[in-house]
Design a protein around this ligand. Structure first.
Ligand code: ADP
Length: 176
């Protein structure tokens, strides 16, 4: 079965940055569901519908998120670093027979610290306004955090994501 490491964390924790560093250092393949979804064609009905959900900080329907992400993976020999996927227990159950989750890297820290990063980042993402950021924190808590219990302490590694990129990666390396 296709092996994968999952990277989870609240908005602004830097999971994308760390996922890229892991992929580079260990020769794994980085897959960001958020990037894939943001790249959808807004001239199609489906693209329009999904982008409007994303811009409000809501998830796209689980079956679509799974289908779109799995389409990007296809046949692959490398271990995957899944960034933002699965994002809730429903998605985790949908991929159970297709992907073997060998590790979960869970970033933790204060929302206030992460919020400041997102606002400073100012990438101009439609979901980086204060209201949508607050909503994304709530969605993280109710939808994504239960994944940690779902996968269990044996494979979940919690890492404080408040320090510098370098310092966080040092901790990440230790658990990979
Ligand atoms: P962040 O973690 O900072 O919110 P992401 O790029 O991971 O940034 O996700 C941005 C948005 O993309 C999410 O708020 C959600 O709307 C959508 N998204 C990403 N991954 C998924 C997923 N697995 N299922 C449903 N929606 C997703």
């Amino acid at each position: 079965m296709q092996k994968a490491i999952i990277v989870v964390g609240p908005p602004g924790a830097g999971k994308g940055t760390q996922a890229k560093l892991i992929a580079k250092k260990f020769g794994y393949k980085h897959i960001s569901t958020g990037d894939i979804l943001r790249g959808l064609n807004r001239n199609t009905e489906l693209g329009k519908k999904l982008l409007s959900l994303i811009n409000k900080g809501n998830f796209v329907p689980p079956k679509l998120a799974v289908q779109i992400t799995l389409n990007h993976i296809k046949a692959n020999k490398k271990v995957l670093v899944l960034d933002g996927f699965p994002r809730n227990v429903i998605q985790a159950k949908l991929i159970k027979n297709k992907i073997e989750v060998i590790k979960v890297i869970a970033f933790t820290g204060r929302n206030s610290v992460f919020k400041e990063r997102l606002i400073k980042r100012g990438q101009g993402r439609a979901d980086d306004t204060v209201e949508v950021i607050n909503h994304r924190f709530k969605v993280y808590k109710t939808e994504t955090e239960p994944l940690l219990k779902h996968y269990g302490a044996q494979i979940v590694h919690k890492i404080n994501a408040e320090p510098s990129i370098k310092a966080i990666f040092k901790e990440v390396e230790k658990v990979i």
